[in-house]
Design a protein around this ligand. Sequence first.
Ligand code: T4K
Length: 422
Amino acid sequence: MGFAVGQQRRWHGVKTKLNELAIFGGRPEFAEPLHVGRPNIGDRRRLFERLSGALDRHWLSNDGPLVREFESRVASLLGVEHCVAVGNGTAALEILFRAADLSGEVVMPSFTFVATAHAARWLGLEPVFCDIDPETHRIDPPLVERLITPRTSAIVAVHLWGRPGEVAALEEIAARHNLKLVFDAAHAFGCSYRGRMVGGFGLAEIFSFHPTKFVNAFEGGAVTTNDRALADRLRLMRNFGFSGYDRVADLGINAKMNEAAAAMALTNLDSMDDFIAVNQRNYQAYCRELHALPGIRVLPYDEQEKCNFQYVVIEVGPDCGLPRDQLVALLWSENVLARRYFYPGCHRAVPYREPHGQSERQLPATEEVSRRVLLLPTGAAVQPAEIAAVAALMRLAVRHAAEVADEFKRRPPTLPAALPIE
Ligand code: T4K
């Protein structure tokens, strides 16, 4: 294995008594924060070799050889004809929406990272938020159909948490209404649907290679498609529309991936199987540790399919006795930086409230799920013993839910402004 798995022992031993919890004056379980999105870093020697090669070539960006190698490896891994690498996942969405000539309204989930909606609104499109299936957290095809109007040009579906689904139903709806179907596959690199790798579904799919993704490019993204004309247009658009020196053939921006990013992406691709194995080990450790905890549901992966296991998603239900936000506050006080992705849903984010009335839309499942979901730290920086310590904290807190709630009432937690407690 060419990459570093885990670090030095950072936890202080499994807590068993209430007064050992940090909110009751104990010292935090972890000396250093445990993050949800700690970057995986592949073999440094290979990374430095690749960077050194780029420096020797004096070719640092603009469709360089490392970017081309990355594109061809991704295309062959995903079994798709074209991969167009770009600077990040948001840029991938933006140039895709423009290259595909989307207009008017686009139906998409509210329960997604805000970039999905921002990319549309940035281009003057109107995101129309669709509710989700509370079991899968993905948009519900019959609900999508109800939102289609004469102004709708596309459905933007998200393979949330790397769990693709409803592809066939969405393809059928898109075909019947003559709509474009694109997938935000930012979470689903290396995953399959009905045995086929994500990347070739719909008109096109986009990926993110941000540091918090299990394969990162420092910052990076890609659009994959089997549509040759679309791929050609995407290549023009990511480079100001230039089809050669002095010839601007289309509207474009600068959305290029550079050679350093491609060096990192290629190096991490080399270790991709190892990263997945570590993620799977961590996911299974959480499943084992948390299965008997009342009110806690670990969102399952379909292990018949290829999965990247990069997100450990739990739902904190009423049977837990401890509201999700109190559990988050408790974990943060122990230096476990669990995350409430994607609370409270895009429809409640400032740009999507009035005057368009999106927050008034009925999205009951989105509202409910976004109040329950919590993501737990995983990735190569997290060890099974640390997972056992996190689970022990959760068990202790749930066992003493009433005392924890009283303590929070008496002394509201001081947490970063980023984490308002409801
Ligand atoms: N579509 C979907 C469905 C997405 O989820 C995303 C991105 C996109 C589109 C857009 O793709 P990009 O344009 O980002 O390529 C993170 C990421 O910033 C974002 O990429 C990701 N989704 C989203 C799910 O999560 P936050 O809110 O977690 O904050 P951030 O990036 O500050 O990182 C969180 C934690 O990770 C930090 O507290 C510390 C740790 N971290 C982060 C970085 C950057 C590190 O330890 N090292 C690092 O280098 O957004």
